[in-house]
Design a protein around this ligand. Sequence first.
Ligand code: ADP
Ligand code: MG
Length: 475
Amino acid sequence: MSKTAETVWNNCMTFIEDNITSQAYKTWFEPIKAVKLTDNALSIQVPSKFFYEWLEEHYVKILKVALTKELGTSAKLVYIIKMENTYGNKQPFTEKIPSANRSNLRSQEVDVPLKNKSPELKNPFVIPGIRNVKIESQLNPNYNFESFLEGESNRLARSAGLAVANKPGGTSFNPLLIFGGVGLGKTHLGHAIGVDIKDKYPEKTVLYISAEKFTQQYIESVKKNNRNDFIHFYQIIDVLIVDDIQLLSGKAGTQDVFFHIFNHLHQNGKQVILTSDKAPVDMIDIEQRLLSRFKWGLSAELNHPDYDTRVAIIKNKLYRDGVEMPDDIVEFLANNIKTNIRELEGAIISLIAHSSFNKKEITIELARKIVDNYVKHTKREVSIDYIQKVVSDYFQMDVDTLQSKTRKRHIVQARQLAMFFAKKYTKASLASIGSQIGQRDHATVLHACKTVDNLSSTDKQFRKYVEDLSKKLTL
Ligand code: ADP
Ligand code: MG
């Protein structure tokens, strides 16, 4: 008897039903439809992306066991995400994205087993001698401009991104450097520019790469003795998007090779887009010649989203996941999670998950409980004022003395320690730390951080100060 998608899936369902709670089965498995079976790949349709992520997160093992029983060890599972009214998407079904992208967990059609936390590095080198090899962009189609909501906090960066996408290499925004704190949309915007360019200029070679992966590839190329191939590969790209460029900090070899690639691309009118969690002036251990190039184009900051933008982002996410949530809860979330869009999304996902698991309505109480978890789990940021107070108390001086212009050694040391801890425990820029600790400039703060580092490795007494103060500040 030949197997059909339906019979295979029914058998899987029977097995799964026996092995998980009936509540979970009803919530997560009953809504799934088997769609097709080709060779050993079973395609199933799930109601939303959220659903798919949840299955992957919680049921990938049991799915794999069930499917292997039915189809043998080469079994594959392909998710098809059904999204009616897909926000900003023209097609009802999404396309397959290149396998190297799967680790992003964003792909919409995915094979099992893919719970691959540290996927092997896909080496995108062009094999020397082979021409016209197509380079996969490594772009995530879900991270596009339409899903990147505009607000005061991102207007400049977003418009600059759009301008670059309209005329890659043809604006003065080259490089375009997008910087801002964690979870504020740097990666999303970087992809969006690439996706838009691919859309408008399909013939252009676009490549998205994280600085981390770039570094790994570079190291690999040195090991394999093909550094030149590495450079050559990057030099034929039309639009290069490098994410989290601050990670090149302290890596002289990688910086050097990036410098050459950058120059080549820039001279040839190719577009470079960079993201970083810091402004160029605050980047540490990045060579001056690179820093100065980062500043050639435009540096655009992503700030914390304002209330209206937060509400819009929540509503958009709910809409895309096909979930309804009362307005007062949306407002509650927007009021309570302010500084990180990723956390905001995380809270929404937990909330939906809790309520579907317990078959409970989404209530304010539930929302409060979840937000509490988030707030508790996020590190509380100590303020620069608090740091100055703790350091002054410890050395038995007052804050005015600590900030004064005196060059007395013990006061200078206290001030340097305050700067060092401000750098370590807050997200403030060097310039802003300097201005808050006695009107110093960013170079003074940088110098203070280095001095503290040096002294704590050479001077025992000083190391004790650092340790004592760390304890006090992190209590
Ligand atoms: P970063 O790279 O700055 O840490 P990400 O780009 O990964 O941040 O964004 C974190 C999450 O927030 C992503 O899921 C992203 O889609 C979402 N996000 C960020 N900015 C926006 C925005 N303006 N509109 C909609 N979603 C956003
Ligand atoms: Mg990022």
